[in-house]
Design a protein around this ligand. Structure first.
Ligand SMILES: Cc1cc2nc3c(=O)[nH]c(=O)nc-3n(C[C@H](O)[C@H](O)[C@H](O)COP(=O)(O)O)c2cc1C
Ligand code: SF4
Length: 542
């Protein structure tokens, strides 16, 4: 990371943003020259940024339609047909790929003209394409089964909703912060770090400028709970950012929303307009800004996300310093996940004591989970932490449409839980950790009986190889070598040497700078441990 580049990029403030200008430009050498001069940043740096993102790469310029290559669509086996169907209207070079549109509840997903579609295939798709009347229903089950609904709630209206903030504004900041700390609200983006402690650190940090950043990059294939909140509970997210801004002394909130979610961008923009209309009548100085991603999974990692907003190549940065001390443009920055922020309204309205009665002692509150299309009732559910996994499968999902041999829970870096373990787990950080899994963001993907685990291993390594930021070699090279091993083993000429594979996994785990390379061994080892019989034929026998 270059501190100088961060400062130079931040000179013009967030409103005149380099990354936005790069994303909107033609990226020609002339344009880069002009931008480089404007921001006093080298042209090579700008080229380094532009060449990183799927949506900005020159080689993707000709693509007119993008087919989802996320895990849920892969497991459902819908995408080859989607490509065939789209091929009747588009040339092969016009059909690109995109990683997870969050339509895991019905699959067959693709993006066209900045809109997402799913659940239409075959003749139906041809008909809608031919009539240019593409409309998609995007319907899924939405239900809270918590004794107190925290996140899935009817909206009370802008004025009534933000009344709570007017009330909080009259209270000492320390009182509000204590309530949040007492609630023990842990980060929902994967790491589970308490938000109260982060707010406290950012509040204490010195800086004439501070930022609140909402991590709305939800890149985990299979996850669409943040998408639900952004599109259906947008004010809960904005409210959380507003309160955090008040507590740490920040006047700007930035929502980094992945470009794969165009509908989320629109819904949040609409909610920002509503907030602005309300705040005009009140003496608060807080503004929101949306920054749209450009197709890179690693931008969900908080330091890469900040580098992305700065218009730098989104490579993961070494911590410390943590963003709360030195974040966006070098200023103290609070980065939190969509769902974490969305909890704050409930906590501050109803109190930490009530919040603590939900969930377990160490994992307080509720969690949104999402079920894929293999379940009879796919959708987004709010559950209290500690709910038995088997109840989630049977009571909420109502079982499966087809036989399933494992669940991949918590995104590509989460655990692969075989059927034999479903009875043992409860949905909370501790239960998953103690059993060798990882809860992550708690998306639930089904691996059907007939899907070969060797192919799934290949998919996991390939995903990491495609999405690695390239900063450290265990991940950059290791993911590629792992992918090759799995591919060669399927070509039948080659048997995997388990000692070599274990060595590779240890190198990834111990030598990677961030969770992408570092946590990949979790699902890989789960599969090796629980599906050894299925995989025997691919391994050298010692
Ligand atoms: C490879 C990688 C990808 C990540 N992707 C996301 C993401 O898409 N959304 C998110 O909120 N956090 C993601 N995180 C976690 C963030 O780095 C960070 O911990 C989080 O935004 C902090 O917010 P929280 O404390 O509210 O969870 C990712 C982490 C890693 C290592
Ligand atoms: S582990 Fe991978 S994604 Fe993370 S910093 Fe290293 S190269 Fe980048």
């Amino acid at each position: 990371m270059s501190k100088n580049l961060s400062l130079l990029s931040g000179r013009k403030g967030i409103k005149d943003n380099l990354f936005e200008k790069l994303s909107a430009s033609d990226l020609s050498p002339e344009t880069l020259k002009v931008l480089a001069k404007e921001y006093l940043i080298g042209e090579a740096n700008l080229m380094g940024t532009a060449s990183f993102y799927d949506f900005l790469k020159k080689e993707n310029d000709a693509k007119k339609v993008h087919v989802c290559n996320g895990t849920a669509c892969l497991l459902a086996g819908t995408q080859e047909q989607v490509k065939v169907d789209l091929g009747t209207q588009f040339k092969p070079e016009e059909i690109g790929e995109i990683c997870c549109l969050g339509r895991c509840h019905e699959n067959a997903a693709f993006q066209l003209d900045g809109k997402n579609y799913s659940g239409i295939n075959g003749q139906d798709l041809q008909t809608v394409l031919a009539h240019k009347s593409l409309d998609t229903k995007d319907e899924y089950y939405v239900e809270s089964v918590s004794k107190e609904a925290v996140l899935i709630q009817p909206f009370s209206g802008v004025a009534q909703y933000y009344d709570l903030f007017t009330e909080l504004y009259t209270k000492p900041k320390a009182t509000i912060l204590t309530e949040i700390i007492n609630a023990n609200l842990r980060g929902r983006g994967g790491a589970g770090f308490p938000i109260g402690l982060k707010i406290e650190a950012c509040k204490k940090a010195l800086g004439h400028q501070k930022y609140i950043v909402c991590n709305a990059d939800e890149g985990d294939p299979g996850s669409y709970t943040d998408r639900y909140l952004l599109e259906h509970q947008p004010h809960a997210v904005l409210f959380g950012m507003l309160v955090c801004g008040y507590l740490v002394g920040a006047d700007t909130g930035i929502l980094y929303i992945r470009a794969e979610y165009p509908e989320s961008v629109d819904k949040i923009q609409q909610a920002i307009f509503e907030f602005e209309a309300w705040s005009e009548l009140h003496p608060f100085d807080f503004s929101f800004k949306i920054i749209k991603g450009a197709g890179a999974y690693i931008c969900g990692e908080e330091t890469a996300l900040l580098a992305s907003i700065e218009g730098q190549r989104p490579e993961v940065r070494i911590r410390p310093p943590y963003p709360t001390e030195e974040g966006l443009f070098g200023y103290p920055t609070l980065v939190n996940n969509v769902e974490t922020l969305a909890n704050l309204h409930f906590i501050l309205e109803k109190g930490a004591t009530l919040y603590q009665t939900l969930g377990t002692k160490k994992s307080t509150g509720t969690k949104l989970i999402c079920l894929d299309s293999f379940f009879n009732r796919p959708g987004v559910y709010e559950v209290e932490f500690g709910m038995p996994l088997s109840d989630i499968i049977q009571q909420l999902g109502q079982g499966f449409k087809h036989p399933v041999k494992a669940l991949h829970i918590g995104g590509p870096l989460g655990g692969v839980v075989p059927e034999s373990k479903w009875q043992d787990l409860t949905l909370d950080f501790e239960s998953f950790y103690q059993s060798g899994f990882h809860l992550g963001h708690a998306s639930i993907l089904s691996i059907p009986e007939q899907f070969p685990m060797i192919k799934y291993l290949e998919h996991l390594f390939e995903f990491t190889a495609n999405e690695s930021c390239g900063k450290c070699f265990p991940c950059r090279l290791g993911s590629q070598r792992g992918k090759e091993m799995m591919q060669q083993a399927q070509a039948k000429k080659y048997k995997i040497n388990r000692i070599l594979l274990d060595d590779l996994l240890m190198t990834l785990e111990e030598g990677s700078l961030c969770g992408l390379g570092g946590a990949l061994p979790i699902p890989v080892r789960n599969i090796l441990d629980y599906f050894s019989e299925e995989l025997t034929t691919y391994f050298k026998q010692h």
